[in-house]
Ligand binder design. Structure first.
Ligand SMILES: Cc1ncc(COP(=O)(O)O)c(C=O)c1O
Length: 359
């Protein structure tokens, strides 16, 4: 048969989304299953969001504002940066894709830690860029000196995931300072801070506050996690105006939908509620970490809304054993299992299931 698509994509693993709760429950004949696989926050939409969506939908025969002007203005005020430094997109993963598109030609290199967010290899390969994966440290964090050392004159982009998905570990200010000082001026660094709102360690910097003024730093954030808008797809990045301008050129036009923009505007009015919800997640994170360490003592401390069980080759079996008992977690065979922090009741169920699944 005639080959119609790129041969190099054959070797690329497809993105694995968390399994659907209803499908799993049906397969197992259970009344319900619990999904702790996609790092969502379990509390439902923020107050006012559903109403804003209902209102926005009445205009859904129109295209959205391509420039997301109102949303960018609101973010600019809230973040205290100029609006021309902000780009919004259909989820921060889409923005990461646009960043790679705006920086890399085929054969250029993208450096990132591994294991990290599973979309990175996919988006690098999308433009024919070469992924340079720097192994995580024994403590499951980024090896920033090794990442700096991996930069060559072909490197166009370095991604620092802080906190790191799926290990929950985070890089601290002193090591980030040294790392950023070592990166050449003509290499762009993306600080992917999808889980920033869950950080409680005072030594883990807010990338925007600490490094946002560096010309080669881009801070990537999302409204999917703490802000509860995963289903609507809205993320943003903050870069220097020239970088932001270049990224805007490669955006899929209208990719932040009208409904997503309206929902994001409403969500951003709810900062106090977001903080309240994050505090619940953080308390539960501490409780789950302490309890799960009785089964798996090597669980690293997490600064995000999930915990990492470094089970290596036992990951898939543990994941399957949890799923058999109605709890969907996210195994990465050979490395470990990521478990999202849910409601206290969901976490209790997971802990009970984990004890049985670990046998
Ligand atoms: C580190 C990291 N970055 C980006 C994303 C993408 O989030 P979204 O596209 O929903 O904004 C995720 C989602 O899981 C993530 O873990």
């Amino acid at each position: 048969m005639t080959r119609l698509t790129r041969a190099d994509l054959d070797a690329l693993p497809a993105y694995v989304a968390g399994r659907n709760v209803a499908d799993v429950a049906r397969e197992l004949g259970l009344a319900e299953a619990i999904k702790l696989a996609s790092n969502e926050v379990p509390f439902g939409p923020l107050p006012g969001v559903a109403e804003a969506i209902a209102e926005a939908v009445t205009q859904s025969h129109r295209y959205p504002d391509a420039g997301s002007v109102a949303l960018r203005d609101k973010l600019a005020g809230w973040l205290d940066v100029d609006a021309d430094r902000i780009v919004t997109g259909g989820g921060s993963v889409a923005l990461a894709e646009h960043l790679v598109k705006a920086t890399c030609l085929p054969g250029d290199e993208v450096v990132y830690s591994w294991r990290s967010f599973e979309a990175y290899p996919i988006i690098a390969a999308g433009v024919g860029a070469t992924s340079v994966r720097v192994p995580n440290t024994a403590a499951h964090g980024h090896d920033l000196p090794a990442m700096a050392g991996a930069i060559t004159d072909r490197t166009r982009l370095v991604i620092v995931c802080n906190p790191n998905n799926p290990t929950g570990t985070s890089s601290r200010k002193d090591e980030l300072d040294r790392f950023l000082d070592a990166v050449p001026d003509d290499t762009l660094v993306v600080l992917d801070e999808a889980y920033r709102e869950f950080v409680t360690d005072a030594d883990v910097p807010d990338g925007l506050r600490a490094y946002g003024d560096r010309p080669n730093v881009v801070v990537l954030r999302t409204l999917s996690k703490a802000w509860g808008l995963a289903g609507l797809r809205v993320g943003y990045l903050v870069a220097q105006p020239e970088v932001a301008g270049a990224i805007r050129k490669v955006l899929t036009p209208f990719s932040t939908s009208m409904v997503a923009q309206a929902a994001a505007l409403a969500a951003l009015d709810q900062e106090a509620e977001v903080r309240r919800r994050c505090a619940i997640v953080v308390d539960e994170r501490a409780r789950v970490t302490e309890a799960i360490r009785k089964i798996f003592p090597d669980v690293p401390s997490s600064q995000s809304n999930f915990v990492w069980l470094p089970l290596g080759d036992r990951a898939a079996a543990f994941g399957a054993a949890c799923e058999q008992r109605g709890v969907i977690v996210r195994p990465f065979q050979g490395d470990g299992v990521r478990v999202t922090i849910g409601t206290p009741e969901e976490n209790d169920t997971f802990l009970a299931v984990a004890e049985k699944a670990a046998i």
